[in-house]
Write a protein that binds this ligand. Sequence first.
Ligand code: PGA
Length: 250
Amino acid sequence: MRKPFLAGNWKMNLDRKGSLALAKSLREKCGSRTDREVGVCPPFVYLDEVVRALAGSKLRVGAQNCSDEIEGAFTGEVSARMLKDVGVSFVIVGHSERRHLYGESDELANRKVRQALVAGLDVILCVGELLAERDQGITERVVARQLTQGLKGVDEPDLARITIAYEPVWAIGTGRTATPEQAGEVHNYLRGVLAGLYTDATAAEVRIQYGGSVKPDNIASLMAASNVDGALVGGASLKLDSFLSIVEYK
Ligand code: PGA
């Protein structure tokens, strides 16, 4: 059974006070839920405090990015080991904003995935096509490449620590969501790619989140789609009420 995993990606939003207030309210409202996994991904500088605010609850804290290096002269970078050290439990790798605004390649995403696993962090590996790629009919080719390259060198037992997030780039922050059918098609396809890379049984255990304009009013229909096991939520994770409605979808 794949337990639904709902994660809020705060991106470069909220301040210290707002981050802590949101974390504490979430703790109060859904901090002991065990039928669903719930996580938040604050900006780096607030991770330490948010981890402490949520300690002892079931809520998980993730980072939005990590370095592909272990340590050393890499100005401005934060290593997976440092994240682990402050109590972070997972990291988002290969988000489309990293790929398309900061030029991150599949190869870089793969190095980050491997560093995260070595450091003991779980990973949300993001894949997703641009609108032009969907229009050209190459969505499957693009996500298969991102998935295959992103998981290079990841051994079968470690797959249990990886969640895939399918985030069509044209749906992120645009208010334009993929229909449940569109999401389901790609999720089915991704599970097939995983089965090809590993085994059917291992692929069946991996959670595949959908991301891209997930809101309280579309979460239930997306979660009902084939092979959708959770959501990676941006804008709607910044307010208590909307994120809570998403977490509590029926
Ligand atoms: P959005 O962002 O929910 O604001 O579209 C999703 C994401 O980028 O993970």
